[in-house]
Design a protein around this ligand. Structure first.
Ligand SMILES: C[S@@+](CC[C@H](N)C(=O)[O-])C[C@H]1O[C@@H](n2cnc3c(N)ncnc32)[C@H](O)[C@@H]1O
Length: 207
């Protein structure tokens, strides 16, 4: 699976989560950010075109070298500094109170130690800073949630450790963030794909 995870999956994600498919939701999640922004799970930089001009510096945490390399043209188009500062959202090499916003897109499903990552997000956020996210999550529809749990054992193997069965807004709130707003809805698509499509777009501040 190493070749799949390290070489092919980042390329597959770049296509499946392309801006054509996900752009409007990325726009919503990145809206209102400014100053120094930390994006955890930066991938191939698909969010970059959605950051407002008020974002001065983008700090990126991304473990996949292939994804980081694929981001190069988008970084060039962004026209502002983008610095890769680490490989794991659960251990962020930044001082306390050092960023104005933390952004995640389709990433909190995958971070193995999400509790530690959420503590790190709270630690590095300046007072008044917010966590902005767009993430697929556990469906509130019992039949879909049951399928998400049934699919989980094979899904995480093919999808780089992604969890379909994480209730991400609840986990974020459970680790001490207060939700400013949350939009949660089923994305359009065929019924069989519903386990992949309960989307949550939120903005939260640490307590
Ligand atoms: C489904 S992809 C989403 C990529 C990108 N955020 C996007 O929206 O296109 C999940 C990303 O999380 C990254 N990732 C996996 N484990 C991580 C970790 N521990 N810390 C930070 N990012 C991680 C993966 O390398 C991958 O780029």
């Amino acid at each position: 699976m190493r070749f799949w995870d390290e070489q092919l999956l980042p390329r597959v994600i770049d296509v499946l989560l392309s801006d054509r498919v996900t752009g409007r939701w990325r726009e919503q999640a990145c809206g209102g950010t400014s100053g120094e922004v930390l994006e955890v799970g930066f991938g191939s930089g698909t969010n970059l075109q959605h950051y407002p001009p008020a974002v001065r510096h983008l700090l990126a945490v991304e473990p996949a070298d292939v994804a980081w390399r694929k981001a190069a043209p988008r970084i060039a188009d962004f026209g502002r500094p983008v610095t890769r500062i680490g490989l794991d959202g659960a251990s962020i090499d930044l001082p306390d109170d050092s960023v104005d916003a933390v952004v995640t897109a389709y990433t909190m499903c995958t971070i193995p130690d999400l509790d530690s990552a959420l503590s790190e997000f709270a630690r590095v956020l300046r007072p008044g800073g917010r966590l902005h996210f767009v993430e697929h999550s556990l469906s509130p529809e019992p039949a879909v949630a049951a399928r998400q749990r049934r699919w989980q054992p094979w899904w995480e193997k093919v999808a780089g450790g992604c969890h379909l069965d994480r209730d991400l807004p609840a986990l974020v709130v459970g680790s001490g963030f207060v939700l400013d707003d949350l939009d949660a809805f089923q994305t359009p698509g065929p019924g069989f794909a519903k386990p992949l499509g309960w989307l949550t777009i939120g903005r939260t501040a640490p307590l």
